[in-house]
Design a protein around this ligand. Structure first.
Ligand code: SAM
Length: 233
């Protein structure tokens, strides 16, 4: 299957195993992943955020209940909210999630904004788990006809060592542990040398599920995102 499908399948497999109730997709674009996640009955709150509100709204209709969905009694649990906003800014409505996903997003940020992103996601939202995917530049020589970055809007593409170094710093600073993996296999015999085409970090908050507000110096709640769409099943 194409790589974007493999990345989404990775998230879906995680959801099947871990059964998060509140899931937030950062950089949700046209809500492709959210539409797949809405079929997972354990999820009660599904939220998407993107800086590009036009993209988010373009295909939001696929998120509304299908008439047949009402035949499934367990659906009355689900709410879906879509926001326009930047992952470099805090919003109190995005705290307390079980899972935050960021699929092919961070490479679109400047390194200064990656620092803000880390602080917002790991230091402020403090979700139980975070899945982050980004291109692995070690794999780039295997991509045919590629010159420069994989996409013109990429601000960087990290090697496995660079991604690991960022991930470990985040873990140390905010109290998480990480497992580094990926999707997109190299041809037989070359996997060891180059790794996966997309590298993925799966972060888990240390100290389990009870929320630790150790960085919560905010006296009042901030609401910097704009709610574009909200639907109750
Ligand atoms: N996550 C989607 C997927 O798996 O197919 C799409 C990823 S797309 C390559 C990157 C998305 O990140 C774009 O929709 C872009 O608008 C969004 N984005 C870029 N900078 C952002 C920011 N600062 N805050 C929120 N979203 C941002």
């Amino acid at each position: 299957p194409p790589l974007h499908r493999q990345r989404h399948q990775f998230v879906i497999d995680f959801v099947k195993r871990n059964k998060p109730k509140k899931v937030l997709d950062l950089g949700c674009s046209e809500c492709v992943l959210l539409k797949k996640l809405k079929f997972h009955r354990e999820i009660e709150l599904l939220v998407g955020v993107d800086i590009d509100g036009v993209k988010v709204k373009k295909r939001k209709n696929g998120l509304a209940p299908l008439s047949t969905d009402y035949l499934q009694p367990s659906y009355d649990q689900l709410r879906i909210d879509l926001y326009q906003g930047s992952v470099t800014q805090k919003d109190a409505r995005l705290k307390g999630f079980d899972l935050v996903t960021s699929i092919e997003l961070i490479e679109h940020l400047t390194l200064a904004d990656v620092e803000l992103f880390s602080e917002v996601v790991f230091g402020y939202m403090t979700p139980v788990a975070v899945i982050i995917s980004t291109p692995n530049s070690d794999f780039n020589p295997l991509l045919p006809g590629r010159v420069g970055f994989r996409h013109s809007d990429h601000k960087f593409e990290w090697s496995r060592a660079e991604f690991k170094s960022w991930a470990l710093k985040v873990c140390l600073k905010y109290g998480y542990e990480v497992e580094l993996t990926g999707v997109g296999q190299a041809p037989p015999g070359q996997q060891e040398g180059v790794g996966f085409c997309s590298q993925i970090g799966v972060f888990q908050r240390l100290g389990g599920t009870e929320c630790c507000d150790m960085f919560g110096d905010e006296a009042e709640d901030v609401f910097s995102y704009t709610l574009l769409y909200s639907i109750d099943y």
